[in-house]
Design a protein around this ligand. Sequence first.
Ligand code: NDP
Ligand code: MG
Length: 385
Amino acid sequence: MRNILLLGGTGSVGSSSLQVIQENRNEFCLYGISFDRNVDKAFQIIKEFSPNYAHTNNEEAAKKLNEKCKDFDTQIIFGKNELQNLIINDDIDIIISAISGFAGLETTISAAKTGKTILLANKESIVVAGDILMPLASSFNTLIIPVDSEHNAIHQCLASCNDHKDISKVIITASGGPFLGKSINDLDAVTLDQALNHPNWSMGSKISIDSATLVNKCLELIEARYLFNLHESFFDLVIHPQSIIHSVVTYTDGSSIAHMSNPNMSVPIANALSNNRKIPIQFNPMDFSDLNLSFKAFPKDRLFLERMARDVCNEGGLTGTIFNAANEVAVSSFLNGDIKFSDIYSVLKRTFDIKEMSKKVELESIYEMDKETRKRAKKVIESLT
Ligand code: NDP
Ligand code: MG
């Protein structure tokens, strides 16, 4: 039996993870969850899975959940130290990092020091701190398995690769999101509901907006560069509206291995949980007699975003932190109704600053730069409104 700590248990990746655990109870046990303020969802999870611990940093949420759980065995814990102790608890084998945004950095770094297995969904932590996270994990013998569908697909396509020298190209596919085919000039008046309405995936609000702007694919390019330790020039971003092929690795002998499934996060999660074995889950089989797959180039009017991501890959330093913080502030302002959808691009363009490349990457400097960039992005937003 493998004990699992699910960070971000009440979210979208959290729900898919719970589904896979539920379907494989003979192998996996939910040992603990963390959440932020969704007490009702946390309570549902406790009723269904009886984890040993449920953690939040939100005092009010902890009190409310404690009230509800008086007759349950689950211990409700609160505060940073308590979470730290849970992460290093020897009974835990697998940590799923599925908190959204920069808020997931601290726990991902702590998990990297445990020597356990991390299932990484929180792409923002690797975008801002890939230079720290990857060496840290390797020095503690911590295994990082990607959960992001494209990266898990690459992970599977590389299973038979003995030498990185054999890789010629890696294609990361993008659905194109709800505004597929629209030019950037058509995006001025789109609404929040339209932007959240992803055609293929049901996800949390932040990543849904990132998919709509196509910034998600740029974060994923940076994520891939660190996870697979390949130069950015190996990666191509390609639009594939059906989200059936999640990534393709082309080898030097001209053969390509693609990973395909219907879009369903349970598929990469099952692969990651079992570390490349095949475990049973419920899925919709693909109908190969009626499968139309199409591909096209990343839209030209969004190439400036791709260039920013490639700059981050090449320059390193704190550029990933700046890219991520500017985007998080812009997305949260759009979600709050403070700016238009197309303003997200303006905030990114006007906040991103490549000059910070020379600064040394330490956790402290990442937190400082994150704070500074958020202030800068908010000023840009004030000037827009
Ligand atoms: P959701 O918004 O659905 O869930 C986020 C989770 O994190 C919730 O459990 C939430 O708690 C918790 N959380 C949010 N803020 C904090 C905080 N400050 N401190 C502690 N916990 C917090 O996000 P998703 O599940 O969609 O995404 C999670 C991560 O996985 C992201 O990094 C995303 O990019 C990545 N990812 C997601 C995919 C998807 O299909 N959804 C696919 C690939 C990657 P509460 O519910 O209480 O607010
Ligand atoms: Mg993805």
